[in-house]
Design a protein around this ligand. Sequence first.
Ligand code: NI
Length: 170
Amino acid sequence: MSILPIIKLPDPLLRQVSDPIERVDDEVRKLADDMLATMYGAPGVGLAAIQVGIARRMLVLDVGGEGEPDQPLVMINPEIIKLGGAMRSYEEGCLSIPDVRIDIERPSSVEVRYIDRDGELRTLNATGLLATAVQHEIDHLNGKLIIDFLSRLKRDIIVRRFKKQAKDLA
Ligand code: NI
């Protein structure tokens, strides 16, 4: 397994809508495994393929707590079937927007249909942190980022800061 470089704001790829995966083959399984290694290494609780520069509809998640055994989830072509429950606010971060945390309200339960690493169609009912993380990662597949929940003014301040950092590093 390899750790892949994670792209960061303001990389325009983060705004691209990812394409469905036609077939779960060895290449897709390898990407899933590399994405899991990259997520655990970061460390983070979720990662979408576009964050390693690949515009395909796949994400990985593990919201297990510290000291708990790994609970890796691989979702291919995930689709939200139902959103429900009360709105819940959670302070979200993103591996592509380091050191930024934003309070975001989202539905507290979600039903999602996806294809797993073995190519099986599955349905998951998620609540709590998992429900938040699934919605966050599916947003990535549609080119949406946590800064989009902010006012335009606040969003522009963050984007400008990351543009300047990228320029200083270049
Ligand atoms: Ni993210």
